[in-house]
Each structure stands twice: as C-alpha cells, then as structure tokens.
Design a protein around this ligand. Sequence first.
Ligand SMILES: Cc1cc2nc3c(=O)[nH]c(=O)nc-3n(C[C@H](O)[C@H](O)[C@H](O)COP(=O)(O)OP(=O)(O)OC[C@H]3O[C@@H](n4cnc5c(N)ncnc54)[C@H](O)[C@@H]3O)c2cc1C
Length: 326
Amino acid sequence: MQEGVNSHLDTIEADVVIVGGGPAGCTCALYASRAELKTVILDKNPDVGALAITHQIANYPGVSTEMSGEQLLKLMRDQAVQYGTDYRRAQVFGVDISGESKIVYTPEGTFKAKAIVLASGAMGRPASFKGEANFLGRGVSYCATCDAAFYKDREVAVVGVNKEAVEEAQVLTKFASTVHWITSNDPKEDDLHAQSLLKEPNVRHWSKTRLMEIKGNEGGVTGIDVKTRSEESQTSLDLEGVFVYMTGSKPITDFLGDQVAFKEDGGVVVDDFMATNVEGVWAIGDIRNTPFKQAVVAASDGCIAAMAIDRYLNSRKMIRVDWVHS
Ligand SMILES: Cc1cc2nc3c(=O)[nH]c(=O)nc-3n(C[C@H](O)[C@H](O)[C@H](O)COP(=O)(O)OP(=O)(O)OC[C@H]3O[C@@H](n4cnc5c(N)ncnc54)[C@H](O)[C@@H]3O)c2cc1C
C-alpha cells in the first residue's frame, strides 16, 4: 500500500480513487501518483477488461508487436504501482458523488476521495435475458464477491463461461449448496481454472445449455428455465440467485445510477479535460463510448484527467475560505 493512504478500519481515504484498472485507469494512476497524489485503483478483475483479453496488440506505440494485451496491461499497472499507486482488486458496486468527498463502495471496504475517476470500460451488456432486469438486485447479481454470502446453503446459477464467470462461480461454491453452471459452450480443456471448478462437489454443470428465463415473485428470484441443445424441452430449476457473466460492448455504468450525465449511446459525457458534469468526477477510456476504442486513446484520456485533477486539487488548496483569518 502507498505510504500515506490512511486505513481506518474499512474506510480508506485518498486524493484520487480510480474505478477500473485498464489502460485508462493505469495511465491516470501513473500521472496522478507522479504528481504526489495519493492514488488508489479499484479493479474488479485484471483479466476481464478489453485490453486484458486482447490476444496481440500490434499498434500500441513503442512496444513489441508480439506483445499480448495482458502483458502490456501488466507493464502499465506495475509502472503505476512503482510510482506509489495503491492497486486493489475490488468490484465497485456503488458510489455517492453528491458531496465534496466522493464515496466508493466495494465488498473490500469503503473509499473516500477528493476526486474520483470512472474508468470501468465498455465490456458491459444490457440486461437481455427474460426476467433479468426485473429481478436485478432481487436475486439477479453481477457480483458474487459482493453477494455470495446472501446465498449460504441455497441453490444458485452462474451463467457464462468466461474467466469472470469461472472465478465468481468458485467464490459461490464456498457458500451455496449447489452452483448450477450454465454454459452455452463447454469450457476449454486447457482452462485449468474451469476444470478445477467442474471438480467441486457442489457444482452442477449444464453443458451446451442456454438460460431462457429468470422467474420469481415479489420476494425475488424463485427459479430459472434452461434449454439444453440435445433436449427437446426446457428444464425448470428451483433456485434463489442468478449470477450473469456475459460480455458485451456497452459502457459499464451500473454502479453509477443516474448520478452523472450520459449520452444517448450510454457513454459518460465529459469536457475537454475529461471532467463529467459533477464536480470532482472524471471519466476516461471506453466508458465514454469513444468513437475510436483503442488502448492508446484510453491511455491519453487517463493522462489528461490526471493532469486536470492535479490542477483542480491544487487550486482548491489555494481557496481561502471566509472564516479562516490569520
Ligand atoms: C477483442 C478486443 C481486441 C482489441 N484490440 C485492440 C488493439 O489491437 N489495439 C488497441 O489499441 N485496442 C484494442 N482494443 C480496444 C482496447 O482494448 C480498449 O479501447 C481499451 O482497453 C479501453 O481501455 P479502458 O481502460 O477504458 O477499459 P478496459 O481495458 O476494458 O478496462 C476496464 C477495467 O475496469 C474494470 N472494471 C469494470 N467494472 C468495474 C467495477 N464495477 N469495479 C471495478 N473495476 C471494474 C475491469 O475489470 C477492467 O480491468 C481491443 C478490444 C477488444 C475487446
């Protein structure tokens, strides 16, 4: 942890909290840390962002054309940490940006900052399964780390086959009585994490199976309907939680509610300095739904935001309030 970032029980204070550790977030952190700002990156998962899943990145200036996105991202992250960034794996599930101090909520603790930077990318998707939007927060979740404990000794489903689905299903195996793992394609045989998940005694894998509907009542989710490719009819499962991990290309803004202004296409509105319409809040990278989604563009956004934040925090230091007389 960076020296000077204060941990008070589970509330951590910093100058800048950055939500997302992709190229936008890491570049912003590098510049902010080098400007002596106490900087925290909160990153849900370093393996699931757009750059992390890029097989080969041949167009990032100055690095080997053989480099994978994952390798490039690690270099960026390590460089930010080297200059003092406090990088933490934590999924942000809510923020309160109405006050001067910006509050960020994660299962790992609450973070308070003078400036917050939104850099969660655009690997999200709209709720598209029947019942998904209706039961969101009432049995439908996108964060096992946040919600798994609510499902102790209950049956749940995990939908999806990507890295995030596998890791989150693994978390759920520690709590749920049965984890129904619904995948339309089988996990790869050389995916060691997926293969070890399949060996968990409380995992039931529904291979080549699609989620058809999430059902429930006023109390929340009560079950799901699934359709296995080789079967004629659908199967109904009684369960209480559904964790969905499908990837799309929509800005990830679910943790924001309607606290900042959005464009019609779902991107966060910013000015030339990457500042949103809320003072003390910046947005960078794919979360803006930029017309050209590239790592170098995201990195550039991060640089601009950090320099603007440094200027903003310095100018605030110089404001002399009326009631201070020397
Ligand atoms: C398949 C593919 C290939 C591509 N190829 C290239 C290429 O060759 N060259 C190129 O320049 N660009 C390429 N791109 C685009 C480039 O990867 C993106 O433009 C860039 O990664 C965007 O950076 P970002 O930091 O905004 O978002 P991301 O890289 O998506 O990072 C966002 C981060 O935020 C985290 N996050 C999300 N939600 C939360 C939350 N609630 N709490 C905490 N953390 C959260 C994610 O885990 C992730 O680590 C490609 C993209 C894809 C999908």
